[in-house]
Structure formats: C-alpha cells, structure tokens
Ligand binder design. Structure first.
Ligand code: LMR
Length: 389
C-alpha cells in the first residue's frame, strides 16, 4: 500500500546539512542553514541557558504534561520581551509551540479554521512559509518584497499589491532580520503598511525569529510594536531557536492579539484544540529555560550581554563582506545596512554550485548566505573565492 506514495525531494536547506557534513575537505565553509556560529565554528549554548538547565535539573518537580497551552508564565514573559509596551495589557491568546515552525503551522491551521482564503507572502521568503500555509489548505498569494539585483526593498510595489488584498486576507510579515534577504522596512514604512492593513481589514501574521541579531533586542521588535498599536487583531509567531540558541529544543509560541478578552478566550480554545489534534502538548524543556532566564535579573542580563556580543560579531563580518564583495558587485555595499544572519547574493545557481564544488563553500542555490556562519579568520579567503566567480 505504501507504493501509493511517491518519493519526496529532500528539503533543500536541510539537505545542505548532510552535504556539508559529508564533505571531507579541510577549510570547508558552511553558509547554509540559519544557525549562529562563533569564531571556532561552534554553535554555543548560551551561558544563561546552561545555568538555567542546571537549576532545572535540581529543582524541576515533575515531568507530567504541561497541557496544550504550555506554561502561562513562559508565555507572559516571552510576550513582554517581544512586544514590550505595545503588548502590555492587550487581550491576548498565547500558546507554547514546538519552535517557530510549530507556531506558524498553528497560525495557518487557525486561519484555515476561520475560513481565511488567502495569505499574502512577500517574495522572496523563507521557503517553508509557503509550504506550511499550503499544507494547512490556505491559498498563498504573493507580493513583491525585495529586488535581488538591486538589493533593495520594493516598498511601493509591495503596497500596491497589498492594496489589492481582500478584507479578511492574512499578510505575512517578517518582524526584522528578514529571511532570506536581511532587508528591512524603515519605521515610516512600518507605519504605512500598518495603516494599510488596518484600513483594508487585513490580518497580519508577524514572524519574529531573530530578535537580537539585527539592531538590538528592542530595535528588532520595533516594527512589530508599531503594527500592534495600529491594528485591532494580529497573529505573532515567535521562535526562541536563534535568540536563545535553543534550536533542537523546539521552543516558540503563537500569540493572537485580540480586541477583547472574550475573543482572546475563544481564540485560545481554538488554538489549543488544533494543538491537541496535532502534537497534543508542546515540549517543555526549552520553554522552562526561557522562562527562568527572563524571570531572573542576573540570568537575563547575562543572556542580553551574550546575544549582543553575537550581534556585534555578525555586524563586523557584514562590514568586511560589504567592503570586499562590493569591489565586484557594487550593490553589495548594502550588506552593511542589511541585518541579522542573512543576505541574498545576486548569484546564478551555477555559481553557487561552483563555489560548492571547487571551494567547499556551502549555501542554498537561492544565493542566501548565513553571515553568522562565517569566522573572521576566513572572511578574506571567502571573499576572494566569490570574486573569482
Ligand atoms: C533557516 O532558514 O535556515 C532556518 O530558519 C532553519 C530552517 O528551519 O530552515
């Protein structure tokens, strides 16, 4: 009976992990999956995470189920971190989820259950966005976001396209550190798109997965906060994978900001019912760590200092790449203004494959590079290899 299935292609991003591991060449460079690496090439466990884990091992009283909603304290603390003043006191339905992808899938299932027809997705976007929404039965409609050859946001075209959305349509926005382009909206552009969303009665779904890696923890959430003050309802999918380095612990949350407490309660019961028929209850370990860090002044300060140091390392590498690559591609000076882990280089697939075959430099065929995967010591060499294309 299994013969009814046809073989599926590997996820291109995740397949890169295996290809890179299997490459035995010394000096290979992994600019693939969005994972932070330090100057030794390791993905460190945050000091505050290690400490919280130790305390958890000693003090955790049980491994009994957490329930489909997860831990309310974790949800409150993460909401505060993400939305600050804009979220405080707002009627909200939150659910702890298995990572940011789990949050996005629950959001998509909720939209489908609400009868939402289309979800607008800026191009290019994280490839899994469209796959998740389509799996939930939503129709994906696209709007132009980023012009790769010009390395700039196509804001006028984006607004024009969204102007054609029907009331009740959902719109996916990246809060900051856009994946895959690193490009972001200015404060004025956030205000303008928020006003358009409110005026047209659209439902924004904001994906925030890299808070702290762009301009700073508050700065990276500023656009989302502007939006929240302008719209009556919004969905926010939060990932703790990168911001707390908890990738494999699958830690995240989905929130619905609602216009009143009664609606929030109804949304929460729907999200919980959807979770129950999917994975039943979320994993706890990562959320317990995040909650402990955010609830402890010393741990929080240490976590903030560590993520700031990571941010500065990425920013310094951006500077070097921008200076080096703009010699050949003038537009790539904009790598300096882009933020977070990614930039999207104007490369042909054949050039990406050549870098892989001849120089053991790994990146997806889209031309996206994970800047946080580069060591300072290898930047000049990597630049030289790009220039040799
Ligand atoms: C990425 O875009 O590389 C990350 O978000 C990891 C993933 O799951 O694709």
């Amino acid at each position: 009976m299994f013969d009814a299935l046809t073989r599926q292609p590997d996820d291109p991003l995740l397949a890169l992990i295996g290809l890179f591991r299997a490459d035995e060449r010394a000096g290979k460079v992994d600019l693939g999956v969005g994972v932070y690496r330090d100057e030794t090439g390791a993905t460190p466990i945050f000091r505050a995470v290690k400490e919280a884990e130790k305390r958890l091992v000693e003090t955790q009283p049980t491994k009994a189920y957490v329930g489909p909603e997860g831990d309310p304290l974790f949800l409150d603390r993460l909401w505060e971190l993400t939305t600050g003043d804009a979220g405080r006191g707002r009627a909200t339905a939150g659910l702890q989820t298995p990572g940011g992808s789990g949050a996005l899938r629950l959001a998509a299932d909720l939209l489908a259950r609400m009868g939402t027809k289309g979800i607008w997705l800026g191009l290019p976007s994280w490839p899994n966005h469209a796959s998740i929404f389509k799996s939930a039965g939503l129709e994906v409609v696209t709007y132009p976001f980023f012009d790769v050859p010009a390395q700039s946001v196509q804001f006028d075209r984006m607004m024009e396209a969204l102007g054609g959305a029907a009331p009740g349509d959902a719109v996916l926005l990246h809060a900051s550190c856009h994946n895959p382009t690193g490009a972001n909206l200015t404060d004025d552009q956030w205000r303008a798109v928020s006003a358009l969303i409110a005026e047209k009665g659209l439902l924004p779904l904001v994906d925030i997965a890299y808070q702290g890696y762009g301009r700073g923890l508050d700065e990276d959430a500023a656009g989302l906060r502007t939006l929240l003050t302008a719209v009556p309802e919004a969905l926010v999918a939060v990932s703790c994978s990168k911001s707390f380095g908890l990738y494999r612990e699958r830690t995240g949350a989905i929130y619905a900001a609602c216009s009143n407490a009664e609606t929030a309660l109804s949304v929460r019961t729907n999200l919980a019912a959807l979770a129950r028929t999917s994975y039943s209850m979320p994993p706890d370990h990562g959320a317990a760590i995040v909650s402990m860090i955010l609830g402890d002044a010393a741990l929080k300060a240490d976590w903030m200092a560590e993520i700031e140091a990571m941010r500065l390392r990425v920013t310094a590498i951006r500077e070097r790449l921008a200076a080096g690559l703009s010699g050949r591609w003038q537009v790539l000076t904009s790598i300096r203004e882009q933020e977070g882990m990614f930039s999207l280089l104007p490369l042909e697939e054949a050039q990406v494959l050549k870098l892989r075959a001849e120089h053991a430099i790994y990146m997806p065929t889209s031309g996206r590079i994970n800047i946080a995967g580069l060591k300072t010591a290898e930047v000049d060499d990597v630049i030289a290899k790009f220039l040799s294309l």
